[in-house]
Design a protein around this ligand. Structure first.
Ligand SMILES: Cc1cc2nc3c(=O)[nH]c(=O)nc-3n(C[C@H](O)[C@H](O)[C@H](O)COP(=O)(O)O)c2cc1C
Length: 191
């Protein structure tokens, strides 16, 4: 499978980067072809342009490249910290610019979304410090109840790690193993 992994964290020594590396290694060991996008490292510009709002086409070559990759990926992984109960702004901008009408979805006759992504499954790995709220939280709502189903991704699994600030080396190692196992489960080797 071709799997796109989108990472949103500005510090390449962060735990988020380590988590993305663990997921990437696990998926590659399963035989998948993984493309890891470190949005900050790539200098991804999250600002939607006037032209994009009007035409759903971008003059920004990296945006077009992301769109082309994402619409045909077999699986998606997102790794990000929870910032103010939401994905970091760079990732919100990536969603706005890349998961665009005409490519990632179409408008149905009733104005609703008709998903066009090829990927049927996505894995979310998030970190935070506060305890998780009971039931569906804002990040679940954003990804699992709105964005990904709207794009046609039916199976969304989230591994929500907390509290990262209080975690020691042993805990972090266990979390790295946990996300690797979740990745293998979500995207098993194709035989
Ligand atoms: C701008 C900002 C906003 C944050 N907002 C939240 C929040 O809403 N809830 C929460 O539990 N943690 C919040 N945090 C804590 C981060 O989620 C936490 O530091 C991060 O997940 C730890 O992962 P890292 O070590 O890879 O940075 C915030 C941190 C920053 C920098």
């Amino acid at each position: 499978m071709r799997i796109s992994l989108i990472l949103a964290h500005p510090d390449e020594e962060s735990f988020n980067h380590a988590l993305a590396g663990s997921v990437c290694d696990a998926l590659e060991a399963e035989g998948h072809e993984v493309t890891l996008h470190d949005l900050h490292g790539e200098g991804f510009d999250p600002r939607m342009t006037r032209e994009e709002v009007r035409t759903h086409r971008s003059q920004d070559a990296p945006v077009e490249a992301h769109v082309a990759e994402i619409v045909s990926a077999d699986g998606l992984v997102f790794v990000h910290p929870v910032w103010f109960d939401a994905p970091p702004a760079i990732l919100k901008g990536w969603v706005e610019r890349v998961l665009r009408e005409g490519d990632a979805f179409e408008r149905g006759v009733d104005g609703g979304f008709v998903g066009r992504l090829r990927a049927e499954a996505a894995l979310l790995v998030t970190t935070q410090n506060a305890p998780r709220s009971e039931g569906v939280d804002a990040v679940d709502h954003f990804w699992s109840e709105f964005v990904l189903p709207a794009m046609g991704v039916r199976e969304v699994e989230r591994v929500a790690l907390t509290p990262v600030v209080a975690s020691d080396e042993t805990q972090r190692r266990a979390w790295l193993d946990e996300v690797a196992a979740a990745a293998r489960r979500r995207f098993p080797a194709v035989t």
